[in-house]
Design a protein around this ligand. Sequence first.
Ligand code: SF4
Length: 375
Amino acid sequence: MKIFRFRDVVPEIPRLLFRRSLRFRFELLPQEARNLSGRKIMNFFVAGLNQFFKPARPFGHPVVAQVEPSNYCNLACPLCVTTSQSNARPRALLSLETFKSFIDEVGDYLLIIVLWNWGEPFLNPDLCRMIAYAKKKGIVVHCSTNGNVPMDDAKADELVASGLDSLVFGIDGATEKTYRQYRKGGDLSRVIGNMEKIIQARKRQGVTTPRLVLRFVVMSHNEHEIELARALAKRIGVDYFSLKNVDLPSSCGEDLDSKYVPVANKYRRYEYGEKAGDRKRQPFVCPRPWKRITLDALGHIIFCEMDYQNLHPFGCMNEGESAMSAWKGDTAASFRREFHDGHNRFAPCVTCTYKNSTTDGCIIDCERMRPPRGA
Ligand code: SF4
């Protein structure tokens, strides 16, 4: 189920109440939050009311957190705002101290942490310590990487021992030539080697997590390699193979559509009008500022990952403010009041690419590559 989609939540309620477990999908990947405390269950229902009534100051606590371990990257992919907006924010790694304070405050209520934003998470040397700290609170931790940070067996062991639930590897090409065309500065053979090291570490420790996802963002230059990439996923032995449609942020230049959008309609995120690049608008009411809390690498609480220039921070933990006082404070409340109908004057929202999306989320498919445990 999708968190908070009514028709998905209802069938899960008995299991939630009697087995204290919640099954849901994040980016189509199945997840399960287990051994939930009464406090977490109660907050889940309260958070559902927030989605419905949309108060300026939400009741309870957020249930989803997005956290940015690093705001810079080791690659230079053309469509990433980390590349195009490299001077928008000072380069930073989230401090372990700030992360712990954040978890101490909201961890008793969170179901899932999405452990990336802009930048490469594995550049933060404290990443595994952050994961282990969050896991002590029973939170599902989901991370993503370009897979190019060197990893030895000891590092793979540390990652597996941290308790990370799932890890996405972004690989947009099945051959070195196609891969490097977009993942500028990347090395496909190193990424494959890192995935294999994690799989070996799982075997050494006798565990099945983190479940690995090979994610392929479909673009015009690589759509011919989808089947090769699926075969590669099988050969490596990852758990899931996922296809994602390409996002085209306005800050990365003009006429990106004709350059990057794949030919096959089923892989596209947008529908077009008569003119090239004329994306059709779709009905869209954004729920983000009510269901998520987002912490950036500089310690800011922001309304959404798309505020990558820190245009409207709600507050800053590195300046002594608490996460919840920022999330429920005056700045956040006035933001939500104006935001209410999904059309507002805030800069990242005006050009938000989710508004044009014809798909239910950005993931086209997430295919299981290995049989479920016990099958
Ligand atoms: S930028 Fe888009 S996803 Fe983010 S809060 Fe605004 S409308 Fe929602």
